[in-house]
Design a protein around this ligand. Structure first.
Ligand code: GLC
Length: 661
């Protein structure tokens, strides 16, 4: 950390940017470490030709310098801090390994490498999957067998050991240290290197909205050091607190209501939009922005390929607004994109924007001024499960239509389940036209997926059920939502057949979309809900642990045993992955769109590429269907390889077809 001008002077509300700037300006005047001195400040007698490495840095800096400086000054108006940022960027560039620089160069030359047709991701908790980082490295052969070449390691940076204060690792105590029980930063860098040798990329979370209350900055702020207090939001004016409470939606209305946490030792509140132990960082303070960018570059230099910027819409707060997606957030993401492109251009920014589509898309920026490389296709995910519960694909067709009409360069990350709950963020105005109102519909979805609705085979639990609004989100694994848990429990082989088919159909649908598909670890073997979290007092209050169970290695052996659930799902996925990887119609450059069809239970996705057309047709219902092709022609069934002239074809309940012509 750079030297800090300490002061005991207590600051007024840190929402007062002038006050922050005052403190920070003093720290920015501190001498810059020698290693950080940029070549541009030395005064050579004869200008030497820069080394190729240095020339690459200068060229990238020159490309972005003016815009970066302009945005920085617009936000912070602090030239000293900008100079420090530039010096540190240079330092991190110099510290970047030769092999990572070579990878950067290859990726720069290739363009959007993360859009390759064969990209397939998997998201996992290190401890659940393999105990430690070294354990993950030992399990790489299994991941290669899953055809995975992108691994999202869930938060692994140091966090309070007490799980009730770690939010599954999203309360970071130290951005430069790995949680000791998982390993070390060296283990991580080693894993990254090995992964790169195998053509695998690593994704990690960069939790930039907040730190743990145990982070050094928070501890010093709690002790009253003004410099550190200015990195968070301290408030004692009840009127301000009340206004935030009124204007800003609650993130965890039941498990962590409110936006402020009272600190008796300070006689003040600190802003905590998520859990009380996650203190919101104050990005009005350029020291916070700079230091967080240094953390980002440090982690990129450990060999991380994809940086998932966690909860990014929340990072800028403004009294009188809802504190979400403010223009300054976009300025910061744009600056981050440029900083990455200057220092480590091979890396990808993945924005976690769990918002309505109109808020999500702006995080791509524009084609000339891009922000995130990739964003979660969150509304599509929620709409998919709505479709499962209603057997009505109309909303999903509209949603896919909206996504497909965006510029092709906008890459979405597609998923069925992740570590979080499913929030029912659907297009309610559209649903209203079809007679479905938001509150009763959410209740229906939650009832359906808990298995309370006749005909539902899903199992799972509510999350953050809000008694005031009646709102609730939902937790469960893909397999449990598809009926595998219920069928297994009841020993019902026929129901199991339908459940496995539904599970594979949903994966095939995910693979048919445009974008990068991510499998949630365990889904490849049909892992069901894990209710044991209820026995752990540190986890019991958070039902998201229902779908964060330990990976069932004992079931992996079943992959070899014909007829088992694991055998059917794993091999079924394997086949789909092979087709997606090799058939040109799955190219990232294909044109993709949903096609209308008279039966609302049928979802039809068309992919066209270089004269080939794929008809991907999905039956979202309990009834068998006869489907009419647009024209009688010879089609190839991609699953069997058989060619046949078809006018119609049959689909079992929850089945799908991939026909190409
Ligand atoms: C993101 C994470 C979630 C976490 C939150 C706070 O939304 O996905 O798990 O609770 O950020 O960091």
């Amino acid at each position: 950390m750079s030297s800090i001008h300490r002061t005991n002077q207590s600051l007024p509300s840190s929402a007062d940017s002038a006050a922050c700037k005052h403190v920070v300006a003093a720290s920015a005047a501190a001498p810059v470490p020698a290693a950080a001195t940029p070549a541009a400040t030395s005064v050579p007698v004869a200008v030497p030709t820069p080394e190729p490495d240095e020339a690459a840095f200068r060229e990238r800096l020159a490309r972005h310098h003016d815009e970066l400086r302009w945005l920085y000054m617009e936000l912070y108006d602090n030239g000293d801090m900008f100079a420090e940022l530039e010096q540190q960027m240079h330092r991190f560039y110099n510290e970047r390994s030769a092999s990572l620089k070579a990878l950067d160069a290859r990726r720069e030359a290739q363009g959007a490498w993360y859009r390759d047709q064969d990209m397939l991701g998997m998201q996992m908790y290190i401890d659940n999957f393999a105990g430690t980082i070294k354990g993950v490295e030992e399990k790489l052969p299994y991941l290669e067998r899953c055809n995975v070449n992108y691994i999202h390691l869930m938060p692994f940076l140091d966090t309070p050991a007490d799980k009730s204060r770690s939010d599954g690792g999203y309360a970071v105590k130290d951005f430069r240290r790995v949680r000791p029980d998982l390993g070390t930063m060296d283990d991580l860098a080693h894993l990254a290197e090995t992964c790169h040798q195998h053509g695998i990329s690593l994704c990690m979370d960069f939790v930039m909205n907040h730190t743990s209350e145990d982070h050094e900055w928070a501890r010093r702020a709690r002790a009253g050091e003004g410099e550190y207090m200015s990195r968070y939001f301290f408030e004692s004016n009840q009127a301000v607190i009340d206004q935030y409470t009124r204007d800003v939606p609650q993130v965890f209305p039941t498990t962590a209501p409110g936006h402020w946490t009272y600190l008796p030792e300070r006689g003040q509140c600190v802003m905590t939009q998520f859990y009380p132990y996650q203190w919101d960082l104050n990005y009005r303070n350029p020291r916070v922005f700079n230091e967080m960018m240094y953390n980002f570059l440090y982690l990129a230099n450990q060999g991380m390929d994809i940086i998932r910027i966690d909860a990014v819409p929340y990072i800028w707060k403004q009294l009188g607004t809802n504190c979400r997606n403010l223009p300054q957030v976009h300025t910061i993401v744009r600056m981050m994109r440029m900083i990455g492109e200057i220092v480590c251009p091979g890396i990808v920014l993945l924005g976690e924007v769990v918002m309505a589509p109109v808020e999500v898309v702006p995080y791509f920026g524009t084609v000339e001024k891009p922000e995130c490389h990739m964003l979660y296709n969150v509304t599509t995910m929620a709409t998919t499960w709505h479709t499962v519960a209603t057997s009505d694909t109309r909303l999903l067709r509209q949603q896919l239509d909206a996504v497909c009409s965006l510029p092709r360069a906008y890459t979405f990350l597609n998923y069925l389940r992740c570590h979080d709950d499913i929030g029912w963020g659907l297009d309610y105005p559209a649903l209203k036209q079809w007679g479905q109102e938001e509150v009763p519909h959410k209740k229906y979805l939650n009832d359906y997926f808990q298995g309370f609705v006749p005909g539902s085979t899903s199992r799972g639990e509510l999350y953050n059920a809000d008694p005031v609004t009646g709102d609730a989100r939902f937790c469960a694994t893909t397999a449990s939502m598809c009926g595998i848990e219920a069928a297994g429990f009841e020993g019902d082989q026929q129901a199991m057949g339908v459940a496995v088919r539904k599970d594979l159909m949903l994966h095939a649908y995910m693979f048919s979309q445009s974008g990068l598909p991510i499998i949630y670890s365990g889904d490849e073997v049909g892992q069901v809900n894990d209710y044991s979290y209820k026995e752990d007092p540190e986890k019991a209050a958070d039902s998201r642990y229902l779908h964060r169970g330990a990976f069932p290695w004992e079931l992996v052996e079943n992959i070899e045993h014909k007829g088992t659930v694991q055998n059917r799902i794993f091999n079924g996925l394997e086949e789909l992955e092979r087709i997606r990887r090799t058939d040109p119609v799955f190219s990232a450059e294909a044109t993709v769109y949903p096609k209308d069809y008279s039966d609302v239970a049928i979802l039809w996705i068309v992919r066209t590429y270089e004269g080939r057309t794929l008809h991907a047709v999905f039956n979202f219902s309990d009834a068998p269907k006869t489907v009419w092709m647009p024209e009688r022609a010879v089609y190839t069934d991609l699953l069997t390889g058989e060619k046949a002239e078809l006018a119609t074809f049959a689909l079992l309940p929850w089945d799908f077809a991939w026909y190409e012509c």
